[in-house]
Design a binder for this molecule. Structure first.
Ligand code: FE2
Length: 372
């Protein structure tokens, strides 16, 4: 008797799939009526979003020194796939070899391989294999569902910045095993840090997103955990209650994880997908955001296809028309000089923003020999 193939069961993340650290953070979320804001008053000068010299120091001491996310593993699934990438201002070729290993090559000089942006296969890869040994390879690593590289051919391959704790979290979320539903690039007329800021706090959600996703979230502080240079926020959604979490079939229906992998990579969970954004400075007041929507289950039937398409359009609208537009307005405000005297002020609901800037300050203060 022939058996009819059954569709694979739909998978969700449950509390017990997560790391001990993630579980402890979730367990520490108070009920919404118990949430308390710890007051802080932190300020940062407007110049850090406007000043060309500051921008150059960030480029040198952060973006040419630390491992940076280049793209998601899901962009380069098959051996032999090839991605041309020049968003960071260096012409890169990201290649998954026939051995399955990813290499990041500097597509520079006389052996420059002509490729169109995007993923190529076949001929481009054949040509690359011939000249690969002539191209300079940058230190790179594939971990946590992302491809990371240090954009300095003279750098030691030191990836300790991506510590075990943050990688264990990303692995528990199975970022490396997810399906890429869609990706989109946004050009945003804002300093990169201004774009990062709303992903470091929940305070704006009820306000900026009042007419879209705001009602799904509670107006309470997030549980902020520093993991080396990185920041994890764990928060209860509107229907969150502290009891019975181990029985939730889909933990991301009641809680949200938001990661800022320093300096510029954002991971945010939603009930049926995850958002992964790489926020790339292209000039002091301009950035490129590479958005990716990842799903734990394939879009292999009309129902999931419809759910993911609706989600994709919603999330692109929320980020593109609300968060990124707000970043552009804020950047304009900064450029007007209105905040030159007082700087930007951060409250207790935004405490992770000054944390991120303390980390940035640490790298900007490092001496040149450490950043060579
Ligand atoms: Fe937002």
């Amino acid at each position: 008797m022939n058996s009819v193939p059954q569709p694979a069961a739909i998978r969700y993340h449950q509390l017990n799939n997560l790391t001990a650290s993630q579980i402890a953070a979730i367990r520490s979320i108070p009920g919404h009526d118990q949430a308390e804001v710890v007051p802080i008053q932190a300020t940062r000068p407007a110049s850090m979003f406007l000043d060309q010299d500051y921008y150059q120091r960030e480029q040198k001491k952060v973006f040419r020194r630390l491992p940076l996310a280049i793209t998601v593993s899901a962009m380069l699934i098959e051996p032999g796939s090839l991605l041309a990438h020049d968003d960071y201002g260096l012409p890169l070729l990201v290649v998954r070899g026939r051995d399955g290993k990813v290499r990041v090559l500097l597509n520079d000089g006389e052996h420059k391989l002509a490729t169109q942006a995007g993923v190529a296969r076949g001929e481009a890869f054949e040509a690359l294999e011939k000249v690969q040994h002539l191209l300079l390879e940058l230190p790179s690593k594939e971990a946590g569902g992302l491809i990371w590289a240090i954009l300095n051919p003279n750098a030691k391959p030191d990836f300790s910045h991506l510590n075990d704790e943050v990688l264990a979290d990303l692995d528990a979320l199975e970022l490396g095993q997810q399906y890429l539903y869609g990706h989109k690039t946004f050009e945003v007329a804002s300093n990169w840090k201004q774009i990062n800021e709303p992903f470091l706090e929940g305070y704006h959600v009820q306000r900026l997103h009042a007419n879209s996703v705001g009602p799904l979230f509670a107006d309470v502080p997030t549980v902020v955990t520093q993991m080396g240079d990185h920041i994890r926020q764990t928060s209860g959604k509107i229907e969150f209650a502290p009891g019975g979490l181990e029985n939730e079939r889909n933990i991301h229906k009641v809680i949200t994880h938001a990661y800022m992998v320093f300096p510029n990579t954002v991971v945010i969970t939603s009930p049926y997908y995850m958002s992964l954004m790489i926020i790339i400075p292209t000039a002091v007041g301009e950035s490129r955001v590479n958005y990716h929507m990842l799903t734990l289950n394939p879009a292999d039937n009309p129902k999931s296809q419809a759910l993911y398409q609706t989600s994709y359009e919603t999330v692109l609208g929320v980020f593109g028309n609300e968060d990124f537009k707000a970043a552009e307005w804020c950047q304009k405000g900064l450029q007007s000089g209105a905040l030159d005297d007082i700087g930007k002020v951060y409250s207790g609901l935004e405490c992770a923003i000054p944390m991120q800037y303390d980390t940035l300050d640490k790298y900007l203060a490092a001496n040149d020999s450490a950043s060579a």
